[in-house]
Design a protein around this ligand. Sequence first.
Ligand code: SIN
Length: 324
Amino acid sequence: MSHKPNIALLATGGTIAGAATSASDTTGYAAGTIQISALLEAVPGLDAIADIQAETLFSLDSKDMTPAHWLALGQRVQSVADQNDIDGVVITHGTDTLEETAYFLHLTLTTYKPVVLTAAMRPATALSADGPMNLFAAVSVAGSADFRALGTLIVVNDRIFAAREASKWHTRAVEGIGSPETGALGWANPPRLNRPPLARDRALLPLAAIDAAHWPPAVEVFYLTAGASPALLDAAIHDGLRGAVLACAGHGSLPDDWLPAIERAIASGCAVVRASRVAQGGVDAVRGPEGLLHAGTLSPSKARIALMLSLASAAPERFGEITR
Ligand code: SIN
């Protein structure tokens, strides 16, 4: 790209826009309170690498992000990415649910232009805040033609990650997000791609095909601790649940006393996915009642998103296409 790239910057809140009363406070602060203009002013040299069109979509602590926000954000990202004069999109977001928003966008956007989420673990008011460098690096990646057609990306802490592969893995460290199994795709500053993502699951359901009136289908994750009650699943089915992701121990091990409830759920038409609560390794399709789906390498929260989209597509079997 010979010209200075045009980047659409969409702010949604998070710690990157967070303010604390003390510069040493990195946990007791209000997320999503600082204006996007102030974030941009804190990044010297940004105007030398890109022309930025910034807008604030939400000012949320990302714990409050919902599938309705994903849809509104996705529609805006698709709309700016479809503009001829935009080269890439950067989204600022909280780290807490960033991996979910990123994976939703990965499964729904149809664009070859780089879409990059970035965040911060330290609020903007902190000593050595990580947000400004993360924002600079995210804009660099979004403006680079090397990062086209790779699906949705995450740039934090000098590294680039694939939406499918990354998760939050530390509650307070600056390296709060990583790809535990597969590692980074490359380095962010300056941008360098060392390997492509495992991007076999793009556009499972394009945004335009999502019926907002019926979004989201009711899909929940059940965390199976020792002795957890299967009555939870029965109760949720009774309440109209359409999909259940079981975050099981180990290699997706199903407790014997859950099997009857799982069989009842499947028989009632609820899609049931076996996943693991362990961060690495995934699950193979080796066990479980007839009709049970398997998450493969998807985490429970990402399996939930893939299942929501599969159910919304009226082709639930599509879930299996991306977890092979
Ligand atoms: C949030 O997710 O909005 C708060 C936490 C963070 O951004 O690190």
